[in-house]
Design a protein around this ligand. Structure first.
Ligand SMILES: Nc1ncnc2c1ncn2[C@@H]1O[C@H](COP(=O)(O)OP(=O)(O)O)[C@@H](O)[C@H]1O
Ligand SMILES: [Mg+2]
Length: 244
């Protein structure tokens, strides 16, 4: 459980939908106790990359290694069982179920006994106090930011080593974005490795260790967050440096 240990290695990944290859050459790494942020314009291939990492889409070429082992055709549910949790775009919680029921469902894959499950739930309440306060209310009664925290809490119930978050700040007010980012940052201290896809460039850079920028299905810029400037990012996003 050493911090800094490689959790995830994506090398020259190619993936897509059926005959349609949308990701052509994406590489990134995630280390334990660190955050890697995957940036890029709308339609660049970020979500598709996450779907291949989590086993929802097939890998056509290149490689995904998790804890040193090639994942190949390992099905999605087996990846969850090995400690890979994925919060998809758009806070997918069950609106009609209570906050607590949502969390318990998140722990389903662990096959924990009831008592251990309830213990895991109370750890989530410690981490996200608002979820504890509202535990008996339907998820639909919560704000967008709170539902995002519930979606993250649900993923944490599976006891992940690698947490994959697709645009957790989507549609949230700026003050709430900061709050969500602060909680994501706090997860590092718990020893998780985090792969974060974000549109909130500045906010996500502040909490990230590693950056990878993808455009048209290819990694066009990558490196430690401390060495990548906003100017470089702007060039990468808008092609300022290459415009004639
Ligand atoms: N289910 C799908 N079937 C076919 N093409 C898709 C599907 N989902 C996304 N795409 C295409 O893949 C490309 C990358 O999409 P996506 O990975 O969602 O981008 P991002 O998350 O970076 O905004 C886009 O051109 C998009 O239209
Ligand atoms: Mg996306």
């Amino acid at each position: 459980m050493t911090s800094g240990e490689l959790l995830l290695e994506v090398e020259h990944l190619q993936t897509g939908y059926g005959d349609l290859k949308v990701v052509r050459d994406v590489s990134l790494t995630v280390r334990r106790g660190e955050i890697t942020v995957l940036l890029g314009r709308n339609g660049a291939g970020k979500t598709t990359t996450l779907r291949a990492i989590t086993g929802l889409n097939k890998t056509y070429g290149g490689e995904v290694r998790y804890l040193g082992a090639k994942l190949g055709e390992v099905p999605a549910h087996r990846r969850v069982a090995r400690g890979m949790s994925y919060v998809q775009e758009g806070k997918r919680v069950f609106h009609e179920l209570t906050i607590e029921q949502n969390l318990l469902l998140g722990g389903f894959s662990t096959r924990l006994k009831k008592r251990a499950l309830l213990e895991a739930v109370s750890e989530i309440y410690e981490f996200f106090p608002i979820l504890g306060d509202k535990r008996a209310l339907p998820a639909a009664s919560m704000s967008g930011g709170q539902q995002q925290m519930l979606a993250i809490g649900q993923a944490l119930m599976a006891k992940p080593q690698l947490l994959i978050l697709d645009e957790p700040s989507q549609g949230l007010a700026p003050s709430i974005v900061k709050e969500v980012m602060e909680r994501v940052h706090a997860l590092k201290a718990m020893g998780l490795g985090i792969l974060l896809v974000e549109q909130a460039v500045q906010e996500s850079l502040e909490i990230s260790d590693e950056v990878s920028v993808v455009d048209m299905g290819r990694t066009i810029l990558a490196g430690p967050a401390s060495t990548i400037s906003l100017d470089q990012l702007q060039d990468a996003y808008f092609g300022v440096g290459t415009a004639s």
